[in-house]
Design a protein around this ligand. Structure first.
Ligand SMILES: C[S@@+](CC[C@H](N)C(=O)[O-])C[C@H]1O[C@@H](n2cnc3c(N)ncnc32)[C@H](O)[C@@H]1O
Length: 320
């Protein structure tokens, strides 16, 4: 998909088209009527343009962009953040889904040849494009794809240095929530397994045009090195079970009949040996280890989940 088309436009900002057809209005309801240079902002694309230059500068500053960096921007929109990034780095690669925004961004940057030659635009759905090499990612992201966007970034190799991203406030707080926090959830556990997360800036809704319904926050995400000690799919499978009923103890969750049934297909070891395990007993053995039966996912640390997965695996129970 990468490089499916390049703009031949006489030395203008490079443009690739990728990721299939542009999505039309997808969430129902009226589109926002605010406009910029005649472009009507679309709710379905999460188009809330950052209009306060002080916030734009603060984001670029806190992102720690170096003059030698290739920066990935997701959803550049009309380019308020893009132009500041171009002042600070070697090159910006911007992925934008809406062709109207791509045209506007190119129009805006074309007047500055020094910026124009260092901007590459990929027109397409971020979730579908093949990502190029980049050192850091900086973006005011389309909120409707926040979660898959993070995991796409964290699966990217080679690893980048950091991502400084604006999200809806509550989503941002989930990313950084520690065990015991009311917002601690599957998203917190999974993201924190793969990266260090830090809340760095609160941004009120009136800094956007049109203003969204809720406030936003900027989070810094630094992928962890070296590689994580587990298979992520399997880890997520376990975490999903544990947060399925957040307030129940693990004993309450894993003793229920439907969970026992769901686990049947995961007894790989026993299947290979053609032995029918007493799954109830195996689960009891796991729950009796290290007091796991009394624990609640809402208070479990990364280390608790890692140990729990190891105990399940030692009994031949897998989650992927
Ligand atoms: C919140 S706006 C940010 C605009 C600009 N960065 C700013 O801060 O002013 C999100 C942008 O992402 C674009 N967008 C929405 N969905 C996208 C997707 N799946 N892939 C790439 N861009 C997308 C929208 O068209 C919009 O320009």
């Amino acid at each position: 998909m990468r490089g499916t088309a390049r703009d031949g436009g006489g030395g203008g900002a490079g443009l690739r088209v990728a990721g299939g057809a542009v999505r039309k209005k997808s969430h129902g309801g009226a589109e926002d009527r605010s406009a910029y240079q005649g472009i009507q902002f679309l709710k379905s694309f999460g188009q809330h343009i950052l209009k306060n230059p002080a916030i734009v500068n603060a984001i670029v500053d806190k992102a720690g962009v170096k003059s030698t960096d290739v920066v990935l921007e997701i959803g550049p929109g009309t380019g308020n953040l893009t132009t500041k990034l171009l002042d600070a780095c070697k090159k910006v690669i911007a992925v934008e889904f809406d062709p109207r925004m791509v045209l506007e961004l190119r129009r805006r940057v074309q007047s500055d040849p020094a910026q124009n030659s260092r901007l590459e635009i990929i027109q397409g759905d971020f979730l579908k494009v093949d990502l190029p090499y980049f050192d850091v990612c900086v973006a005011n992201v389309p909120y409707q794809i926040s979660s898959p966007l993070i995991f796409k970034l964290l699966a990217h190799r080679p690893m980048f240095r950091s991502a400084t991203l604006m999200f809806q406030r509550e989503f941002a707080m989930r990313l950084v929530a520690p065990p015991g926090d009311a917002l601690y959830c599957r998203l917190s556990v999974n993201t924190q397994l793969l990266a260090r997360t830090q809340h760095i800036l609160k941004v009120g809704k009136n800094n956007f045009r049109p203003p969204p319904k809720v406030d936003s926050s900027v989070v810094r995400i630094e992928p962890r090195h070296p590689q994580i000690p587990v298979n992520f799919k399997e880890w997520d499978g376990l975490v999903r079970f544990c947060f399925g009923r957040k307030n129940k103890t693990l004993g309450g969750i894993f003793r229920t009949k439907n969970v026992l049934e769901l686990l049947t297909n995961n007894f790989r070891t026993y299947k290979a040996l053609q032995v029918v395990p007493d799954k109830k007993q195996l689960i009891e053995d796991v729950l009796a280890t290290d007091g796991f039966g009394e624990m609640r996912s809402s208070k479990m640390s990364q280390d608790d989940f890692l140990r729990l997965l190891a105990v399940f695996n030692s009994k031949g129970i897998h989650f992927a």
